[in-house]
Design a protein around this ligand. Structure first.
Ligand SMILES: Cc1cc2nc3c(=O)[nH]c(=O)nc-3n(C[C@H](O)[C@H](O)[C@H](O)COP(=O)(O)OP(=O)(O)OC[C@H]3O[C@@H](n4cnc5c(N)ncnc54)[C@H](O)[C@@H]3O)c2cc1C
Length: 401
């Protein structure tokens, strides 16, 4: 296709590495990328027969600066800067992440929602996100004529958007030159004293200085192999894929109901639509994540309290017509108690964490993994890393995106 370096699938298990990255989703891939940039020899283990097939491809691939705290805003901002320059920084000329900056539009339909929006926009301006706009209902409809007459106010940031998460994952791995071992689960660690000195697989042992856990929903069971207990809470999240719905503007923003958090963004010739079920309990990590047709009806049926028809009459017509095709896809958010990732060395020497992204692992993959590699190499002091695993956790209410 081009002259980009290929993914280096190892013909046999390498016996040594500076760092073994465990997990071949976007977070493991980004870890490999930044480790290579730091001059380290990287082996990446993936238990499945292909890279990027669990949580990452189930995502919406979206990024935003509309967060409720300065630290996560900084984390995502750094990532977006990398995404914008990815082909150059990665040395992959012309490599296209399919970035679409079509904005995030949060729509309020109630006075309470509008009140919350005004305070939130003030706070965002205070955190340096100066380009978030507050729009009246009429201003919002003027710019986005598909919106419902019931929307009374909106907040909008044009620079938010989405990209292709699979392309980004494979781009990180191509650029990393990591030796990739497929069908190769990490099944244990060699511990000498209190220190990890190797990773065990069914095909043998890899001696290493550092092992990074980037196994998404499986981070806690992998950490437990080294005797480390992590409070991680994998929780099922679904996505409705509507491949063909030309009535929705293809150049429109991610359109979100401020009160219910039901949302869609353009994709394919239709959209991807989501909603976060706050009552879904956390469970075990899953290789096969189930879907439920009730999720689709909840978004599509205009009588549902979380219907997308609250946002636009297009959805009412689509429902009446009854001709829509869709498929459901699911993955798991891996929540930490404070919904921030665990980034950096763990209490087991040589064992490093890059997990717990709590639903933000695409947008935070770059800065998160850069932080992990810097922390692993002692280039960042623990106190300067707000995402260090040893921080005091404060339970945080559910952020519904
Ligand atoms: C429906 C949905 C929508 C989302 N939308 C967004 C979004 O718009 N923006 C955003 O930023 N985030 C989003 N997310 C979150 C994002 O997808 C995740 O945070 C991210 O994909 C996590 O990547 P990961 O590499 O940690 O995990 P994964 O992609 O799950 O990769 C982990 C890998 O580790 C492998 N593995 C597990 N155990 C082992 C082992 N013992 N040895 C070797 N390999 C192992 C697995 O097979 C897997 O390939 C969404 C998530 C869902 C479910």
């Amino acid at each position: 296709m081009t002259g980009w370096p290929a993914v280096q699938v190892a013909p046999e298990l390498p016996r040594t590495a500076d760092v073994v990255v465990i997990g071949g989703g976007i977070v493991g891939a980004a870890t490999a990328f930044f480790a290579r940039r730091a001059g380290l020899r990287v082996v990446l283990l993936e238990k499945r027969p292909a890279l990027c097939t669990l949580t990452t491809p189930a995502s919406t691939g979206a990024f935003r600066l509309q967060f409720d705290n300065a630290e996560e805003i900084a984390l995502v901002r750094e990532g977006i800067e990398l995404f914008d320059r990815f082909a150059d920084v990665a040395g992959l000329p012309g490599y296209d992440l399919c970035i679409r900056k079509q904005g995030y539009l949060f729509c309020a339909l109630t006075d309470a929602g509008a009140h919350h929006q005004r305070h939130f926009v003030d706070a965002l301006h205070g955190w340096g996100v100066a380009d978030v706009e507050l729009l009246s209902g009429d201003e919002a409809r003027y710019r986005f004529p598909y919106l419902s007459p019931h929307i009374i106010q909106a907040r909008f940031r044009a620079g938010d958007g989405w990209l292709d998460p699979k392309r980004l994952t494979l781009g990180y791995i191509r650029a990393s030159g990591a030796a990739v071992c497929l069908d190769t689960p990490a099944v244990g660690f060699d511990l000498q004293g209190e220190r990890v000195t190797g990773v065990l697989t069914p095909h043998g042992r890899i001696a290493c200085e550092h092992a990074v856990i980037a196994t998404g929903p499986f981070a806690a069971p992998v950490a437990a192999l080294a005797g480390l207990q992590l409070d991680l809470r994998p929780t099922i999240r679904q996505k409705l894929v509507i491949p063909d719905l030309p009535a929705l503007p293809a150049n429109g923003p991610m359109t979100i109901d401020e009160e219910t958090a039901a949302h869609w963004r353009p994709g394919l010739n239709g959209c991807l639509a989501l909603w976060t079920e706050a009552q879904t309990p956390p469970g075990e990590p899953l290789d096969n994540v189930p879907t439920s047709v009730d999720f689709a009806f909840g978004l599509l049926n205009p009588r549902s309290p979380r219907s997308l028809a609250r946002l636009s009459p297009i959805w009412e017509s689509v429902w009446q017509e009854g001709s829509l095709y869709w498929v459901l896809q699911a993955g798991q958010y891996t929540y930490t108690p404070d919904h921030r990732p665990l980034l950096g060395p763990s209490d087991v020497r040589g064992l490093v964490l890059n997990c717990g992204y709590s639903g933000h692992g695409i947008m935070a993959s770059a800065a998160g993994s850069r932080t992990v590699v810097d922390a692993m190499l002692g280039r960042v002091r623990p106190e300067a890393n707000p995402f260090r695993p040893q921080r005091t956790m404060v339970e945080r209410p559910l952020d519904i995106l």
